[in-house]
Design a protein around this ligand. Sequence first.
Ligand code: R5P
Length: 287
Amino acid sequence: MLITSGREKIATARKVAEIIDARFIDPEIKRFPDDELYVRLDTGDEAGIDDDVVLINNTYPDGDLVETLLLLGLLKDLGAESTTLVIPYFGYARQDKRFKAGEAVSACSILEYLGHRADRLITIDLHAPSVLDSFPGEVLDITAMHALANRFGGEGVDMVLAPDKGALARAETVAKDLQVEWDHLEKTRLSGTEVVMKPKELDAGGKRVLIVDDIISTGGTIMRAAGQLKEQGASWVGAASTHGLYTGGAIPKLRDACDLVVSTDSLESETSEVEIADVIADALSGS
Ligand code: R5P
């Protein structure tokens, strides 16, 4: 098996190759003066690739999506036996349905395009795994929740919360690993301007509470929840997410609202304390 990647995921791909003892092909990727991308894979063999290949790359930001498309095309062109595409952070995941008439269902369109060149797809904590039906080949959505739970093992967490009911399964996974209780937050509108967010069944009073989510984007959801949990008496609030987008300079604001903010390195940031490479390597080696 050969492993390669786009520029942003080189460190992750190298580490995966090391863990599963596969050969890593360093991609040559640069931009032409007009900013168009150039990609090349030096396989050391004029005849091309006579092996199964794993390509690890995000589809966010857009440049990485183009890189992924070019690399997938190149792998087919070089004769790869099969191509497994691993997307640590799948951009466009949240445009998973037509919210308004005439809108593109971007997640599904992109998966269809990727399916023309990739045989198998692995995603990580995909926002809405149902969109994987748009990918024609074999699909697998793996989770970083166990790895995140492991990071919070020594933090004395008493309760794990999902920001909404839809994310409860992720909170349950982390809570079971930490052997604590779990719940989801429920919003109650008190007036036109006042909304209370509280755990549906449990009481956060005096507890060390960890909120887990697939994506933190502006951080608004977590900041509101953390503020309200502290008002309800939580003694400590942590936030864990697989994908830390942190748009609009969210990290300092989140750190003001929470006692600890951790994400994986599916997207690199100062909070990327959990390496996604181990999670990917486990999936590739079937454990
Ligand atoms: C939405 O359903 C996702 O799971 C996240 O809760 C959402 O993307 C977080 O967004 P933000 O950080 O902007 O509140």
